[in-house]
Design a protein around this ligand. Structure first.
Ligand SMILES: Nc1ncnc2c1ncn2[C@@H]1O[C@H](COP(=O)(O)OP(=O)(O)OP(=O)(O)O)[C@@H](O)[C@H]1O
Length: 280
């Protein structure tokens, strides 16, 4: 089956006069970790909610595991895992009770204790969910999202509010799902998160995809041109695709050291900020 995990063509959604999604196209292949990256208000959550079947679109074609989410059956839903931006229900239940309860909803659920171990919550299995830290709660959310052995997992801004160490271990957890063959679609506004986790990134701005490629390919766009600056009493600046040649010419001109020399190659972050403009 060559059918992609997710196919979106010309998706549109308007709230009142606000066009939140404005002709968005995506194709997520099976088995990949795909990041939808963009600033606040870019339309990421709206798009994911449409893919999950929680929100109606105005226009466009959407297929998730071969099905239009507006007409998704129970069977289709059981093949999908969802981790929403925040969930703090059932605060009195323990971690194991929550995961066990969720596992009963699926025909071929994963082993509850294995899932709790996979998200690093074995020590907290008997803790009530209201006693968990923010990061632990997020890990529980992932446990609830994967216990049904989904083919496709949606993660909406999974690490917002995490400290750097918690983010690292969360990333390891998500990377581990790749080896199980799970397709992951995550939204994030952290460039480093998309770069670290994703096979491919769609950069979204104002409800449209403005770049879609591997992190390396998006980053390498930047490498094509460097800015060379020097200062011999007057400030000079020149953009060039061949900075080494320019610097050699300048060195010959000045007979050695070029005064105040700087060579700047844009980073992936520069490219990203350029793509999303002031919205970032
Ligand atoms: N229920 C709603 N009613 C009206 N406007 C909405 C609604 N939901 C979202 N919007 C607007 O649509 C736009 C896109 O919002 P959305 O939540 O999809 O963006 P996002 O990229 O997920 O942002 P964030 O990173 O802040 O979560 C925003 O301008 C937002 O204010």
């Amino acid at each position: 089956m060559n059918e992609p995990a997710v196919l979106v063509q010309d998706l549109q959604k308007t709230y009142g006069v606000k066009r939140a999604v404005d002709g968005l196209d995506l194709r997520v292949e099976r088995g990949e970790i795909f990041a939808v990256l963009g600033p606040n208000g870019a339309g990421k959550t709206t798009t994911v909610e449409i893919l999950e079947g929680y929100r109606k679109r105005d226009r466009g074609k959407v297929r998730v595991l071969g099905t239009d989410p507006e007409h998704g059956s129970r069977g289709w839903r059981s093949r999908i895992g969802i981790v929403l931006q925040s969930a703090d229900d059932h605060a009195e239940l323990t971690v194991r009770e929550m995961v066990t309860h969720m596992s009963t909803c699926y025909p071929s659920a994963r082993d509850v204790d294995e899932v709790i171990a996979a998200v690093g919550l074995t020590d907290k299995a008997k803790a009530r969910t209201r006693q968990l830290s923010g990061g632990q709660r997020r890990r529980l959310d992932v446990a609830l999202g994967i216990v049904g052995r989904p083919e496709l997992l949606f993660l909406d801004e999974p690490t917002t509010g995490f400290d750097p160490e918690a983010r690292r271990s969360f990333w390891d957890l998500i990377s581990g799902l790749r080896s199980d063959g799970t397709t992951v679609l995550l939204t994030t506004h952290y460039l480093d998160e998309a770069e670290h986790l994703a096979d491919r990134i769609a950069v979204v701005r104002d409800g449209r995809v403005v770049a879609l490629d591997t992190p390396a390919a998006i980053g390498s766009r930047a490498q094509q041109e460097a800015t060379v600056r020097w200062d011999d009493g007057t400030r000079h600046e020149q953009r060039t695709a061949t900075p080494t040649t320019l610097v050699a010419d300048l060195a010959a001109h000045y007979g050695g050291e070029v005064p105040g020399l700087e060579v700047h190659r844009p980073t992936l972050e520069d490219v990203y900020l350029g793509l999303v403009g002031e919205a970032a």
